[in-house]
Design a protein around this ligand. Structure first.
Ligand code: MOS
Length: 746
């Protein structure tokens, strides 16, 4: 291993550590259930009397439905109901959330706003009957002009709807007078989230109470949305998602198909199941919008940045609220006095975009980190050195110190592991046989949300603990890190902690999204565990028989299920003994974490990263392969080195898809998605994925009680620029549009 100093919390030394220690690379506690097929995903749910729904979708892109004839569908075998805007009851308005309004009202009126908009739902005894009858619904339309294309002058423009645009100093003046000026445009294709698990809803009304088994990353919010739509109190709605087959942002909102399934269940008075098909997933659960960016930089000849002007446009659906905050991270990236950022959106006749891993950040980073690479060639400065010359020692937005920032260490460690020193800077100078070899790198500044989260924690007389919260595990390891944290804080073994999540009836939790759940849920567990030990001390405060009588929280620690004075693990007494003597089955406490006040002297840092990529390009055929990736992440205190690594590795694979393969193709004439299948929409397979070397740098973050930073998204960011920069180094081709397909290299 390269000398990276003791700030690298690398995995190898931890391999044999006890799995219940925080940070240890424990296998997933839910792994055996998944391997055995016993983990119940929303699409697995079946109930007595369950019937099935299928969607009818519009075949025009814009206009109105002039006639809807359901007679043939109604008469088809097994059909219980055909629900359209003509017979659907009116719904109330759903709440606005930080992620936009959820969702476009389904079945409200006869308007069609995008191709494949769901316009009716058929309920039948079997899925096959419902699907078959859905084809018999006859629709007549009056078509109007669809608005397509990101540059369409007819498209309504939405400017800074969310107040994210930034001005610092005077970028225009600096650009007008600088020695070195850079001005380029970038474009990134729309992409679609393709979680393996097809999104599903199983809705069941019992009187005025609704239970929904739902593909969601946010049960607490799904409950609020459905309660609002159906005008019932939140406590009458229960959303369950113990397991989810991937989300990546698609499950952050409650989409029209869910509302339609819930409505159908109410109308037929039976439990209803709706499972989207793969092609339906392309229009029903959001997509990363198409973006266009213009980036201008002003710099000195030595490479000191004098100004950054970053402008982005992203596509948005009609009547939808979603923000792709492309430029919002730019003000935090480099020490630069003059800066202006603007995000614009254009409304098109497209299905609603939504969140897809590192929304906005990954696109904005591609532009900024490509531009710095271009500048490095223009100025003859090594790309890493150029970044260090503009290093943000403090948060450039506020001037406050970061809560922690190991980006410099990420650069140093990454360069070392990658062998950056072996790079010869001249374009096309590194070859092997017929292959052109390129090295490229990029830096990443991410960020951290700190939403509120609530848990309850209990310890029972059998000595086991139970952690409960409406948090979700979307396949990322939430169950495992929660169990590890609780075990570590309560002095128990991993197997003695049960974690119950994925249920909106449990204490409210934020989304498993925005890289925020591990820190929020972990922070609440941290508080809850401390309260629990205190509750035991309170119980024995006047207990003559307890060796812990009169002890303060600060004097005791817990190991082996025994509370004892620090440094004396053989004294004190066990949870079991205390509960037994007091005739209690269990002790239950609450734990909470709340947003930190923005006025603190410290700027929450979030994750940082450095990415290094090697590409190999066949000189004659243009075939491009990513040969190696090194990703060094400042993730603060890593809660589980195995799941953390998997998270970052998976993100890097997704980034390879974004950079080289993925593109949601909208037919320019009709807006129809031309490649809405796994056969046509390319995502990376094993042969596309090189050796990915993931290591962690940094130290426990001051902003989080558990010292952790969110890792869900940071690993996708920086990879596109690192690859594009490597392509330039190999070929001299500067590709500013993603994906980098073969035709762009020939
Ligand atoms: Mo995400 S876009 O953080 O689920």
């Amino acid at each position: 291993m390269t000398d990276t100093g003791n700030r690298i919390l690398g995995a190898p030394a931890d391999r044999d550590a006890p799995v219940d220690r925080v940070g240890a690379p424990a296998g997933r506690v839910d792994g055996p259930l998944k391997v055995a097929g016993a983990a119940r995903y929303p699409s697995d749910v079946t109930l007595p009397g369950l019937v099935h729904a299928a969607l009818v979708r519009a075949t025009i892109t814009a206009g109105t439905i002039t006639r809807i004839d359901t007679a043939r569908a109604q008469a088809a075998p097994g059909v219980l109901a055909v629900i359209t805007h003509e017979n659907a009851p009116a719904l109330a308005e759903a709440p606005m959330t930080q992620l936009g309004r959820s969702p476009q009202f389904p079945l409200t009126d006869n308007r069609v706003l995008y191709h494949r908009q769901p316009v009716a739902v058929v309920v039948a005894r079997t899925r096959e009957q419902a699907t078959s009858a859905a084809r018999l619904v006859e629709l007549s339309y009056s078509e109007s002009q669809a608005i397509l294309g990101i540059g369409n002058p007819l498209a309504p423009v939405v400017a800074d709807q969310w107040g994210l645009d930034t001005v610092r100093g005077d970028a225009a003046a600096a650009l007008a007078s600088a020695e070195v000026v850079y001005d380029q445009q970038f474009s990134i294709a729309a992409e679609t989230n393709n979680p393996l698990g097809l999104f599903a809803t199983v809705a069941h009304w019992q009187g005025g109470r609704l239970t929904v088994h739902e593909s969601t990353q946010w049960p607490t919010q799904a409950r609020a949305t459905l309660a609002a739509f159906f005008s019932v109190p939140e406590e009458n709605v229960r959303v369950l998602v113990p397991y989810l087959g991937g989300g990546f942002g698609a499950g952050l909102r409650t989409w029209p198909h869910t509302v339609m399934a819930v409505l159908a269940a109410r109308m037929v008075n039976r439990p209803v199941k709706l499972v989207l098909t793969r092609p339906q997933m392309f229009t029903a659960i959001g997509h990363r919008p198409q973006t266009a960016q213009r980036l201008r930089l002003a710099a000195t000849r030595e490479g000191r940045l004098l100004a950054i002007d970053h402008e982005a446009t992203s596509t948005l659906a009609a009547e939808e609220a979603h923000i792709e905050p492309v430029t919002s991270r730019t003000p935090a990236m480099y020490a630069c006095e003059n800066l202006a950022t603007r995000d614009r959106q254009v409304r098109l006749s497209i299905p609603p975009p939504g969140a897809m891993r590192a929304p906005g950040t990954v696109e904005g980073n591609f532009a900024v980190e490509s531009a710095l690479d271009e500048l490095s060639y223009q100025l003859g400065v090594d790309p890493v050195e150029l970044r260090l010359r503009n290093y943000a020692e403090v948060d450039p937005r506020s001037g406050r110190p970061w809560s922690s920032n190991a980006l410099r260490e990420c650069y140093r460690a990454g360069a070392g592991r990658f062998g950056w020193a072996g790079r010869t800077p001249e374009i096309g100078s590194m070859r092997e046989g017929n292959q052109l070899i390129g090295y490229g790198m990029a830096g990443v500044t991410f960020g951290q949300n700190s939403p509120a989260c609530r848990v309850t924690i209990s310890v029972s007389r059998d000595g086991t603990a139970l952690v409960r919260s409406a948090a979700t595990d979307i396949g990322t390891g939430t169950y495992t890190i929660a169990a590890q944290l609780a075990a570590g804080l309560l002095g128990l073994r991993l197997g003695q902690v049960r974690v119950e999540i994925g249920d909106s009836d449990l204490p409210p939790a934020p989304a498993s999204g925005g890289s925020q759940l591990a820190t929020a849920f972990g922070g609440a567990i941290h508080a809850g565990a401390s309260h629990l030990v205190q509750a035991f001390l309170d119980l024995v405060a006047g207990d003559e028989q307890s060796p812990l009588r009169g002890r303060q929280r600060a004097d005791v620690t817990v190991t082996g299920g025994r509370i004892h004075p620090a440094g004396d693990p053989s004294s004190g007494e066990t949870y079991r003994d205390i509960l037994t003597r007091h005739g209690l089955d269990e002790l239950v406490v609450d734990g909470a974490i709340d947003p930190q006040p923005g006025e603190s002297a410290t700027a929450p840092a979030g994750a940082f990263a450095a990415v290094f990529a090697e590409v190999r390009i066949d000189r004659d055929l243009g075939v491009l392969r990513v040969a190696r990736l090194v990703s060094v992440i400042d993730g603060g205190r890593v809660l589980n080195h195995k799941t953390a690594r998997s998270q970052v590795t998976g993100a890097a694979v997704m980034a390879i898809g974004m950079t080289l393969l993925e593109e949601t193709v909208f037919d320019p004439g009709t807006g129809r998605i031309a490649n809405a299948t796994f056969g046509d929409y390319l995502i990376p397979v094993n042969a596309d994925v090189p050796d990915i070397d993931v290591v962690f740098a940094g130290e426990p973050d001051r902003f989080s009680p558990i010292g952790a930073k969110g890792l869900g998204e940071v690993g996708i960011v920086g990879v596109p620029a690192a690859i594009a920069n490597a392509v330039y180094h190999a070929t001299g081709r500067r590709i500013r549009s993603l994906p980098i397909t073969l035709d762009k290299l020939l």
